[in-house]
Design a binder for this molecule. Structure first.
Ligand code: SF4
Ligand code: SF4
Length: 181
C-alpha cells in the first residue's frame, strides 16, 4: 500500500507517491522492536507483519525517505511492499502499470535505458550515513547528485498535507475493524 503526499497543497493539486526505496539495510526494520518488517532474499522490504506490529511508529520516524505510515484505524504501519504479490510472479507493481508517463517505471536497467533518459541513482547520503537501495531515483542526464535540505521541509507548512487525509481507506472493510462493538 502506498500513500500520496501533496507537493504544494496550497498552490497545486500535484501529488507524489511515497514509494518505498527498499533499502539494502533498511532502517525501518532495524528500529522495529517487534521484528515486524522483513526483507526478502530478493531485496524487497515488506510492510509490517499484521501479527507482529504493535503500532509504535518507530519505523515511521526512522525512515529517511518518509515512507511508512501509521494507520490508527488498524493500529498498524502500512507501506509499499513493491506489490510483492505481483512482482514475485513477474508482474509489474500496480503503480507502474497505471502511471501514464512512466514516471514510475519497473524493469531492468537495460529496459529503462531503451525507453527513458536521465541518470538512475540508488545511493543516498543522509548526514554521514550512506544508504543504497533496490529502487532507483532518476536525475537529469549527467547529474549524479541532488542536494536537498530535508530538515527545511519539516517546518514547511505546505508539505505535510497527505492527499488521503480526507479518506478513511478502511471504511467498509470489515476485516480491518479492530474495535469492540
Ligand atoms: S525507504 Fe524507508 S520504509 Fe523503505 S526500506 Fe528504506 S527505511 Fe524502510
Ligand atoms: S509501527 Fe509496527 S512495523 Fe513499525 S516499528 Fe512499530 S512495531 Fe515495527
Amino acid at each position: 500500500m502506498i500513500h500520496l503526499e501533496y507537493m504544494e497543497r496550497q498552490t497545486s493539486t500535484q501529488t507524489v507517491p511515497m514509494v518505498c526505496m527498499h533499502c539494502d539495510n533498511p532502517t525501518c526494520a532495524a528500529v522495529c522492536p517487534a521484528d515486524a518488517i522483513k526483507r526478502t532474499p530478493d531485496g524487497v522490504v515488506q510492510s509490517a507483519l499484521k501479527e507482529r506490529c504493535i503500532g509504535c511508529s518507530n519505523c515511521v520516524m526512522a525512515c529517511p525517505f518518509g515512507v511508512p505510515r501509521y494507520y490508527p484505524e488498524i493500529d498498524q504501519m502500512l507501506k509499499c511492499d513493491m506489490c510483492y504479490d505481483r512482482t514475485a510472479y513477474g508482474l509489474r507493481p500496480m503503480c507502474a502499470t497505471v502511471c501514464p508517463s512512466e514516471a514510475l517505471f519497473y524493469g531492468t536497467l537495460e529496459e529503462f535505458e531503451k525507453r527513458r533518459g536521465g541518470t538512475p541513482v540508488n545511493q543516498f547520503q543522509f548526514g554521514n550515513q550512506i544508504i543504497t537501495t533496490k529502487v532507483f531515483m532518476v536525475l537529469p542526464t549527467g547529474e549524479m547528485q541532488l542536494d536537498m535540505d530535508v530538515s527545511a521541509h519539516m517546518t514547511d507548512p505546505t508539505f505535510h498535507n497527505d492527499a488521503f487525509d480526507h479518506i478513511n481507506p478502511f471504511d467498509g472493510l470489515e476485516t480491518y475493524q479492530t474495535g469492540a462493538d
